[in-house]
Design a protein around this ligand. Structure first.
Ligand SMILES: [Ca+2]
Length: 286
């Protein structure tokens, strides 16, 4: 594709094949543009249909600070940065893994594959342990944070989607509107909160991140992140990331993955099978 364009821009006259290639290139660009617009439009429609950002909580926008390469084969289900180390949990049966990733190059430094029988979901690091949920297996794997070797596991009820922690409890989402607080020693459920914006329950809570006393949650199949009060479940505000990485390879390649670097106070987001990982800041849209 690029060669065809270069040939047409050189001093030599274009051959009939070059002209045909240019026509194909232009056509493909239009198709990509139309597909991108459909995806962005679809995202806005989905958000509207889900009622996101139309409740009582204010909506803020974003600005891209940095872009980094991201493994487009990674079906991102969990994202975390601790002590400058980027960790990612990926999903899909036969492709699920826990991995340490180099932020700047996107290269996988270390990787722990999961059994092909389980579908990896969210991850979090609490103390010297990494926790990784599974979608429908009801098993949370526990790893040594230094070696990435599995050291323990526990069972939970229902589906596993996102996980984070507040320093005391693990916090889990199951794809619904509840968040469950679990004791990391006994693995017992301590409490649940129902996430609401005004009177609307906010469903499809997915990947999570605990940031400055709030739980941030990706809402599945939307470009919105809910910032949730962990005491009440009320959405304090929304971050609208519409337009971020519009060239998505398929319908399930949705925004999913929030990592907050507490040391550098930097925020990173990516999506399933995205070729990029973004450092962003939130900005007021008023
Ligand atoms: Ca996260």
């Amino acid at each position: 594709m690029e060669n065809a364009i270069t040939a047409s821009e050189s001093s030599a006259s274009p051959t009939p094949d070059d002209v045909a290639n240019i026509g194909t290139t232009t056509k493909r660009r239009w198709i990509i543009l139309a597909a991108s617009l459909l995806l962005v439009g679809g995202g806005i429609f989905t958000a509207w249909a889900m009622g996101l950002g139309s409740g009582t909580a204010p909506v803020v926008g974003y600005r891209i600070v940095n872009e980094f390469p991201h493994d487009a084969n990674a079906f991102t289900q969990g994202l975390v940065i601790t002590d400058g180390v980027l960790l990612e949990g990926t999903g899909q049966y036969g492709q699920s893994s826990l991995r340490e990733v180099d932020l700047k190059s996107g290269r996988v430094l270390r990787q722990q594959p999961l059994s092909p029988r389980v579908f990896g979901e969210g991850i979090t690091v609490m103390g010297d342990r990494i926790y990784q949920l599974t979608w429908k297996s009801g098993i949370c794997f526990v790893y040594d944070a230094k070696t990435l070797q599995p050291v323990d596991r526990f069972r939970y009820r229902g589906q596993g989607w996102g996980i984070t922690h507040d320093g005391t409890h693990l916090i889990l989402s199951d794809g619904g509107y509840n968040l469950e607080f679990i004791d990391p020693k006994t693995f017992k459920t301590i409490r649940r909160i129902r996430v609401i914006d005004g009177r609307r329950r906010i469903d499809n809570l997915n990947e999570l991140e605990y940031i400055n006393g709030e739980i941030w949650a990706n809402i599945w199949h939307s470009d919105y992140i809910a910032r949730i009060d962990p005491k009440t479940g009320t959405v304090n505000s929304w971050v609208n990331l519409t337009g971020l990485h519009p060239r998505r390879p398929h319908r399930e390649a949705v925004l999913n993955g929030i990592a907050w670097d507490e040391q550098s106070k930097r925020l990173f987001v990516t999506g399933k099978n995205w070729g990029k990982l973004f450092e962003v800041v939130t900005v007021s849209t008023r």
